[in-house]
Write a protein that binds this ligand. Structure first.
Ligand code: PLP
Length: 418
């Protein structure tokens, strides 16, 4: 890819961008006359303008129909989870029956671990990337503790080599192979939240399976960012939140994927609830849990309509834009940011995120050896929304659905001035 560091060039790219119309589908933060640049979609995606209408529809149906809304709302609440299966299956690369939405991400990690982390005999260890998102660390730590293991023994963390910032795939695969007798589960992030490294999910899954272990992934930073092929890669399970690149609002419902081979496999214990019961017999209120086929069989509670409705509105945009077209733009957008960063010589920083576009999504993490915090404050003061993570890392995430090449160029101009 070749780029130019001029505003005219950036504008030209936006003009040619087949996805440019989606930008105006979003609310950008900031009062009147204050133009803020939003590069924080990896933390909380922007609000799609259609969300308000979608929420109002549910409020109206609740007001006018009350309990009858379960069957007669514009989007009958009884089947609310059904509305997500098709659009999410396209984003995740799996069958419709393999996905559903329910609960929140960490809750789902625990539920899925209860099903798929099955320590027995000498095979009881969980392998993770070192520096995984804290909630994932706590989930693994408390799960192994739940079975009476010592986390220091039962959790194997793979760290980058001395002097390196990200993991080499070969090191991950070798570590899996070396621990093949004791591994019960490989639980990796899809993209590490801190470094922005996208892992080779296909290769990790294959290695885990060869070692006789289950392969599960936390796709919080992947969902809506990088297209997946979960079914085809044979991934066993995955979970993600929908308030990052999926733009469904703070704390919005989590998604889960479970490979179809487990749909009816009762060896994989699960927690039962009436919303996971076969829909044909759910309201017979009888004894004996009969799970629905597929990921829906892991649902527990009545669909949380108000925690799902924004995702529904947001997924319409993904469906229209197409995850592959988004990725195509994203590769260029992030590469353009990287190109411009390389033109800056007055501030010293290191890009932690891999330079290989296939090992990253929409995020570049910059490590500032000095004054990271102060630089972050300066950027914020100039209207740029990016986040800061100790010690000294600022994450920049141009989201292809609503960010433009001009946004990227303006960020470069702001950085030139600090
Ligand atoms: C954002 C994120 C979470 C957050 O979990 P919640 O239960 O939604 O608070 C967990 N894990 C990863 C990897 C994340 O990126």
């Amino acid at each position: 890819m070749s780029f130019e560091a001029t505003a005219a060039y950036a504008k030209k790219q936006d003009k040619k961008d087949p996805l440019k119309k989606f930008r105006k589908e979003f609310h950008f933060p900031g009062g009147k006359g204050e133009k803020r640049i939003y590069f924080c979609g990896n933390s909380l995606g922007l609000q799609p303008k259609d969300v308000e209408k979608a929420i109002k529809q549910e409020l109206k149906d609740w007001k006018n129909l009350a309990v009858d809304g379960y069957l007669h709302a514009k989007n009958p609440w009884l089947y609310y989870q059904h509305y997500f299966r098709k659009p999410l299956s396209k984003i995740m690369g799996c069958k419709k029956e393999e996905v559903t939405v329910m609960n929140a991400l960490t809750v789902n990690l625990h539920l899925l671990l209860l099903s798929f982390y099955r320590p027995a005999g000498v095979r009881y260890k969980i392998m993770m990337e070192a520096g995984a998102f804290p909630s994932d660390q706590y989930a693994a730590e408390t799960q192994v503790g739940f079975y009476g293991y010592d986390p220091a023994d039962a959790i194997i963390e793979i760290a980058p080599r001395e002097g390196e910032k990200t993991l080499r795939t070969e090191d991950i695969l070798n570590a899996i192979e070396e621990n093949k007798d004791s591994l019960a589960l490989v639980l990796f992030g899809g993209i590490n939240y801190y470094t922005g490294q996208l892992f080779d999910i296909k290769a990790i899954t294959e290695a885990a399976h060869t070692a006789g272990a289950i392969a599960g992934f936390d796709l919080a930073h992947v969902a809506g960012n990088v297209p997946m092929r979960l079914h085809y890669w044979g991934v066993d399970f995955a979970a993600w939140c929908s308030y990052k690149y999926l733009n469904a609002g703070p704390g919005a419902v989590s998604g889960i994927y479970i490979h179809e081979q487990y749909a009816n496999d009762t060896r994989y214990r699960r927690m039962g609830g009436w919303w996971g019961n076969d829909e044909k017999t759910r309201f017979k209120m009888e004894k004996g849990f009969i799970p629905q086929e597929g990921a829906g069989g892991w649902q527990l509670s009545t669909a949380q309509v108000f925690n799902m409705v924004s995702l529904k509105a947001s997924l319409n945009l993904f469906d229209e834009a197409g995850i592959h077209a988004l990725r195509h733009k994203s590769l260029r957008l992030t590469a353009y940011l990287e190109f411009l960063l390389h033109q800056l010589h007055h501030i010293s920083f290191e890009i932690l995120t891999p330079a290989d576009p296939l090992q990253r999504g929409a995020q570049l993490s910059l490590f500032f050896t000095e004054n990271g915090k102060a630089i972050h404050q300066r950027l914020t003061g100039k209207g740029l929304v990016v986040d800061y993570r100790e010690p000294g890392v600022i994450r920049f995430a141009p989201a292809p659905l609503y960010n433009s090449f001009e946004d990227v160029y303006r960020v470069y101009e702001i950085l030139k001035e600090v």
